[in-house]
Design a protein around this ligand. Structure first.
Ligand SMILES: Nc1ncnc2c1ncn2[C@@H]1O[C@H](COP(=O)(O)OP(=O)(O)OP(=O)(O)O)[C@@H](O)[C@H]1O
Ligand SMILES: [Mg+2]
Length: 224
């Protein structure tokens, strides 16, 4: 088998916040193209911080982070959008916009990028189809269940075909059945070629999925 190339490489990465709190300590991590990797650990372990470093929401205090071949600590502020274009992000609390329809929530990022209308429609329909919400595109989020709202957030995250999908506790607010459906969806997205990094507390789900898991404890990788 051909060796896969890495989408993410972290070398001796530290993150210290202003109050001198060391949230990440000597993180070394390689995520292969096409991989589905779990990030597990107790509250406060540093999972969200690690993900925020990957799309430059936060900057590493030291160490090197390579995402899709680029040293992201060196990207100038005005160019961060180029990195973010390649990364989809899904959060626990969905973060969809209540005053926009399902279609517009998913289309928004493409509209900001200035893509042509026909292209936007094609991509939004495809993304909503992938998450099974094509019939709901004119609805407003308040009419949707929690699981459906999370699907909108997932459609938005994959609409521009990211190379990397970061999901931070995406099932945290859902019941067990809904959580299972959402995990299946992430698995499908991964099978289509998108690399997935998912933070979760839910060890039960991790066990079922049979994927590699990284354990964080007090900012350090405990074992792989
Ligand atoms: N902006 C910040 N300033 C100071 N400390 C921070 C900041 N962001 C996070 N921290 C601290 O860093 C540590 C790791 O936080 P992080 O949010 O990464 O944990 P987590 O593993 O995602 O936890 P949870 O499972 O509860 O989401 C925590 O102790 C947190 O208080
Ligand atoms: Mg977190």
């Amino acid at each position: 088998m051909q060796p896969l190339s890495a989408i993410v490489q972290m070398f001796h990465v530290y993150k210290t916040f202003d109050d001198n709190y060391r949230a990440l300590i000597d993180i070394n991590l390689r995520i292969e193209k096409g991989e589905f990797l779990f990030l597990v650990g107790p509250s406060g372990a540093g999972k969200t911080t690690l993900m925020r470093l990957l799309f430059r929401e936060e900057r590493a205090s030291s160490g090197q982070i390579i995402v899709y071949g680029r040293n992201i600590n060196k990207i100038k502020a005005g160019r961060i959008y180029q990195l973010r274009r390649k990364i989809g992000v899904v959060f626990q609390d969905f973060k969809i916009i209540p005053t926009k329809t399902v279609f517009d929530n998913v289309a928004y990022v493409l509209q900001v990028l200035g893509q042509p209308k026909s292209e936007i429609e094609r991509k939004v329909y495809a993304a909503l189809n992938r998450v099974g919400l094509e019939k709901r595109m004119d609805h407003y989020p308040k009419k949707l269940s929690g699981g459906e709202q999370q699907r909108v957030a997932i459609a938005r995250a994959v609409v521009n075909d990211p190379v990397l999908l970061l999901a931070d506790e995406p099932t945290g607010n859902l019941d067990a059945d809904r959580a299972h459906e959402i995990m299946k969806l992430f698995n499908d997205i991964n099978l289509h070629g998108t690399t997935v990094l998912m933070a979760t507390h839910n060890i039960g789900l991790v066990g079922k999925m049979k994927k590699r898991a990284i354990y964080l404890r007090e900012g350090k990788i405990a074992h792989c």
